[in-house]
Design a protein around this ligand. Structure first.
Ligand SMILES: Cc1cc2nc3c(=O)[nH]c(=O)nc-3n(C[C@H](O)[C@H](O)[C@H](O)COP(=O)(O)OP(=O)(O)OC[C@H]3O[C@@H](n4cnc5c(N)ncnc54)[C@H](O)[C@@H]3O)c2cc1C
Length: 386
C-alpha cells in the first residue's frame, strides 16, 4: 500500500499545476466576468492531451485512466472550476459513453477529435421536468423504418458543453419504446451539432461556472441515422447509470481541487493581511479554521483516489464513488465559505479567486446527482433499501 502518486502521475500533476498557475489563473477572471467560454485555454488543454487522458492511444488518447483524469481535474480546479468542468464533462459525459458503448465505427468517427480537444461532446439526460428521476425521461425517439432514421422530439436542460463553437455532438437519452409491463425503454442516441431541428438556446445566466457552457436543447423532429444508436436499444438507463457512477469520481476530484484551492488562497492571504498589528494568521482562530480546511481537502482526496483505484482494478466502486462525491462536494462548500470569511470584505469581491470558488462550489452538491441522490445510493448499497 503506497498512497504516493507514481512518478508518471506526479509528473502529470506538476504539468497541470504549472499550466493552471501560468496560463489559467492570469486570464480566467476576465472570461468569468464576461460569462465567456475560454476557447484559447481549452485549445491549449487539448494540445496538452488532457481531453484524451483516459483513452487508448489507438483512438488518439494518452493511454491513461480515470486516476490520471482525476489528478488533472484536481489541479485545474485548485485554480478554476469552469475550465475543470469543461474537461470533466467533455471526457466523462461527452467522450466516455462513446468509448464504453460505441461501435468500432462510432469510436473511430468521434474519439480522435474529442481526445484532441478539436471537438467537445456533451451528454443530455436532464429534462425540464426532472433530473434526479432520470427514468421519467419524456424525450422520445421513434425509428422511421422507411428511411432507417431515429426521429427525436423533446427538450433537455442544463447541458454542459452543448452550445460552444466546437461542440461536435450531444448524446441524448430518449424513450424508444415500452416494456411488456409498460415501463419506458430508454436508449442513448448520438445527435451531431447542426442537425436540422436540433436547436441550442442561448447560454443560461448562472450563479457560478460562468466561463463554462450550459444550455437548454430542443429536438423538433430531429432525424439521425439508425446507426447513431449508442449501445443496445433499451439499455440507455443502465448505460447512463454506469457513466454517472464514473463521472462522480471525476466530480469528486474536481471538488477536492476547489477545496484545496481555498486552502492555498487562505494560507497566502492570512500571512499577508494584518489586523491589530499582526498578520491575521497569528490568530489561532484563523489557524484552526485553515487546519480544518486542509484536513477536509486531504480526506476528500483519499476518498476520490480510493474510488478511482477500485474502478481501475475492475472492482465494485458505486458506493465509494457516491461517498467521495457526497463528501468532497460538502467540504468544497464548507471550505469556500470559510475561505471567503478569512478574506473578510475582499472575499466578497469578484476579483479575488475565493469569491469565484464560493460561487462555483454550490453546484457540486447538485450536478451529476444531488447530495440526496448520493445518500440514496449509499443507503441502497448498505442494503437499507429493498
Ligand atoms: C451548471 C449545471 C450543469 C449541468 N450539466 C448537465 C449535463 O451536462 N447533462 C445533464 O444531463 N444534466 C446536467 N445538469 C443537470 C443536473 O445533473 C441536475 O440539475 C441534477 O441531477 C438535479 O436534477 P434537477 O435539477 O431536476 O432537480 P430535481 O431532481 O427536481 O430535485 C430537486 C430537489 O429534490 C431532491 N430530491 C429529488 N428526489 C428526491 C428523493 N427521492 N429523496 C430526497 N430528495 C429528493 C433533490 O436532491 C433536489 O434537492 C447540470 C446542472 C447544472 C446546474
Amino acid at each position: 500500500m503506497d498512497h504516493k502518486l507514481p512518478e508518471e502521475l506526479e509528473q502529470l500533476r506538476r504539468t497541470v499545476e504549472e499550466f493552471a498557475h501560468d496560463v489559467v489563473a492570469p486570464k480566467i477572471g476576465d472570461y468569468y466576468e464576461r460569462h465567456e467560454f475560454p476557447y484559447e485555454i481549452v485549445r491549449e488543454m487539448g494540445r496538452m492531451g488532457l481531453f484524451g487522458l483516459p483513452f487508448p492511444e489507438e483512438y488518439g488518447g494518452m493511454g491513461g485512466d480515470y486516476f490520471a483524469l482525476g489528478v488533472a481535474l484536481e489541479e485545474l480546479a485548485r485554480v478554476d472550476s469552469s475550465v475543470a468542468i469543461t474537461l470533466e464533462a467533455g471526457v466523462s459525459l461527452g467522450a466516455m459513453p462513446i468509448y464504453r458503448f460505441g461501435t468500432e465505427e462510432q469510436k473511430r468517427q468521434w474519439l480522435p477529435r474529442l481526445c484532441s480537444g478539436e471537438l467537445l461532446g456533451a451528454f443530455g439526460l436532464t429534462e425540464p421536468d426532472g433530473g434526479s428521476d432520470a427514468g421519467a425521461t419524456k424525450t422520445t425517439a421513434r425509428l422511421d423504418e422507411r428511411t432507417n432514421e431515429w426521429v427525436i422530439n423533446g427538450t433537455k436542460c442544463f447541458i454542459t458543453n452543448s452550445g460552444t463553437d466546437i461542440t461536435g455532438l450531444v448524446t441524448v437519452t430518449a424513450v424508444t419504446g415500452r416494456t411488456d409491463e409498460g415501463k419506458p425503454r430508454i436508449s442513448s442516441i448520438i445527435v451531431p451539432s447542426g442537425t436540422p431541428g436540433f436547436t441550442v438556446a442561448p447560454a443560461y445566466s448562472k450563479v457560478g461556472w460562468n466561463a463554462s457552457d450550459t444550455r437548454e436543447l430542443s429536438f423538433d423532429d430531429v432525424r439521425v441515422p439508425a446507426a447513431n444508436l449508442l449501445g443496445e436499444e433499451g439499455r440507455g438507463y443502465a448505460q447512463f447509470l454506469r457513466i454517472l457512477d464514473e463521472g462522480r469520481i471525476a466530480i469528486a476530484a474536481l471538488a477536492t481541487g476547489l477545496a484545496q484551492g481555498c486552502v492555498d488562497e487562505s494560507v497566502r492571504y492570512a500571512k499577508e493581511r494584518h489586523a491589530f498589528g499582526r498578520p491575521i494568521a497569528a490568530n489561532q482562530a484563523i489557524q484552526f479554521k485553515i487546519a480544518d480546511m486542509e484536513m477536509k481537502a486531504h480526506t476528500a482526496r483519499l476518498a476520490w483516489r480510493d474510488a478511482a483505484s477500485r474502478l481501475i482494478a475492475g472492482e465494485p466502486f458505486k458506493k465509494e464513488a457516491a461517498l467521495a462525491k457526497l463528501y468532497s462536494s460538502t467540504i468544497a462548500v464548507d471550505n469556500a465559505r470559510d475561505a471567503t470569511q478569512i478574506h473578510g470584505g475582499y472575499g466578497f469581491m469578484n476579483e479575488y479567486p475565493v469569491a469565484r470558488m464560493w460561487r462555483d462550489s454550490k453546484i457540486l452538491e447538485i450536478g451529476e446527482g444531488t447530495s440526496e441522490v448520493q445518500r440514496m445510493l449509499i443507503a441502497r448499497e448498505l442494503g437499507l433499501v429493498s
